[in-house]
Design a protein around this ligand. Sequence first.
Ligand code: SF4
Length: 171
Amino acid sequence: MTRPRLATVWLSGCSGCHMSLLNLHGDLLGVLEQCDLVYSPLADIKEYPHGVDIVLVEGAVANEDNREMAGIIRERSACVVSLGDCAVNGNVSALRNPSGLAATLGRVYGEAAPEHGVAHLLPRAVPLHQVIGVDAFLPGCPPAPERIRRLLTCLLRGQPAELPPEMISFG
Ligand code: SF4
């Protein structure tokens, strides 16, 4: 039986969602024993591969590079998971939206143009599902490690991405 192919992607986020994944510590090894990690900022793999079964996507879509990557992810992946609030609703990455793009660039660069090679910002930073179809959402800033593990365990077993009530209640 072939093992599921897992990917993780970091769009416009702070890396905190990937840090939460790493905070599974030894339990992360248990997750990785059940799949093949085929693309991730945690691994030096240059090109997003075809035939990905599950991908965790951190971060909003805030620039042209993010938008292009989101399209590639959707085309090559069976199950796309929005990981964390930036991917789910824009969160911190979208705080610039009310100010407008010109004011944001002015605040960062002043009169100077952005350096050559800096990704071209979109007018608004938007959640992933506004750009591509998303199959599952895991909110949180960041989602707690155990919630990531539980979600991944469901998906790797081919089960629906459902968490127990105590993991989706924040009252
Ligand atoms: Fe960082 Fe929070 Fe956004 Fe995750 S959801 S990338 S932890 S700001």
